[in-house]
Design a binder for this molecule. Structure first.
Ligand code: UDP
Length: 326
């Protein structure tokens, strides 16, 4: 049974919500982060170890001094657009860094891992909703780097007995309901934070990247899933690994697609304010539609997301963005 968890990337957006979730449920949490994109102020549940996955000696020291039952691995470069122009950074951080982590885990006998994967491993969808059997043909280096790690996980299961669950997030969104942590990237590239910043008159102004996609209103459709619902799935994955050997993977989304325009309209309703925006050219690497079929996670993990509506997701994000702590 897992009690002590190392949360790699726990100073970041999803990782910090994970650390809070684990700590409030009685786990012993240690956060490892290089603070390249994470926030020291977001690490409030558990100790922070500043270390970089590309620095193997310091990584080995993290494991030699402590005992962990499982690792949750959120460290990654995660921007589709950036990955198109800086592919080497993506393969170095997301693949080589991850391999270093797996080696360090193996040397210290840690044999359980929950891995942050992504809908971007699927590429251009060939079905209305994406289940686990959907073809995996990433169209950007970010998705390719995550798919490589999923492949490594199945090889690691066979060769070294590593137990793992890869969770493929669709669009992580929202913030902790009490407003103490939330989404904060510099620069911010994600839709919902940018929409809320536009409402607040902050940032460079909201651009809608493309309105000529083959979708009902021409803007891209995504499946937004609340960050705390993602955290719940990770905790369930720890229990799943008690019962299941091998490498497993689940898609995590709400199963409802919302277009960029629909998100803007929902934000208008939630905030009661105008959302100024302009239409801009498409962003490289963006598929038109990404919507999850998450039946497998619901059935096998017992996952039951609680923030089902886009309004409830935006509402929690809005609370954070009105007075962000970092
Ligand atoms: N998007 C947009 N304007 C922004 C940020 C995002 O139009 O300022 C669009 C983007 O092209 C994509 C969707 O919103 O279709 C979600 O993008 P985001 O970066 O939030 O997540 P991703 O799908 O890349 O993981």
């Amino acid at each position: 049974v897992v009690r002590a968890v190392l949360v790699c990337g726990g100073a970041g957006y999803i990782g910090s919500h994970m650390a809070k979730c684990l700590a409030t449920r009685g786990y012993a949490v240690t956060v490892l982060d290089n603070l390249a994109t994470g926030h020291r102020e977001a690490v409030r549940w558990g100790d922070l170890i500043e270390a970089d996955l590309l620095d193997r000696p310091s990584l080995e020291r993290v494991f030699s001094g402590r005992q962990f039952d499982a690792v949750m691995h959120f460290c990654a470069r995660s921007l589709v657009g950036e990955s198109m122009v800086r592919p080497y950074d993506y393969y170095a951080n997301n693949v080589i860094g991850t391999l270093n982590l797996f080696e360090a885990m193996r040397h210290s006998g840690v044999d359980r891992l929950v891995f942050s994967s992504t809908a971007a491993i699927f590429g251009e969808p060939v079905a209305e909703t994406i289940d686990e059997m959907h073809p995996k043909q990433p169209i950007n280096p970010y998705g390719a780097s995550k798919l490589m790690v999923e492949r490594i996980l199945s090889d690691a299961a066979q060769a070294h007995g590593l137990r793992s669950v890869a969770l493929r997030y669709f669009n992580a969104a929202g913030a902790s309901p009490d407003g103490d942590i939330g989404e904060s990237h510099r620069p911010e590239t994600h839709l919902i934070p940018n929409v809320l910043k536009a409402v607040l008159g902050q940032g460079p102004g909201l651009k809608v990247f493309g309105d000529d996609y083959a979708t009902p209103d021409g803007t891209c459709v995504r499946d937004y899933v609340h960050v705390d619902d993602l955290a719940q799935a990770h905790e369930l994955a720890l229990g799943y690994m008690d019962e299941h050997e091998g490498a497993h993977a689940f898609n995590l989304g709400n199963g409802n697609g919302f277009s960029v325009r629909q998100v803007i309209e929902a934000a208008g309703r939630v905030t009661g304010r105008d959302v100024p925006f302009e239409v801009a050219p498409r962003r490289a690497g963006d598929p038109a539609v990404l919507v999850a079929a998450s039946g497998k996670a619901r059935r096998e993990l017992g996952w039951a997301p609680v923030h089902e509506s886009i309004e409830s997701i935006i509402e929690s994000a809005w609370r954070w963005h009105q007075s962000p702590a970092f």
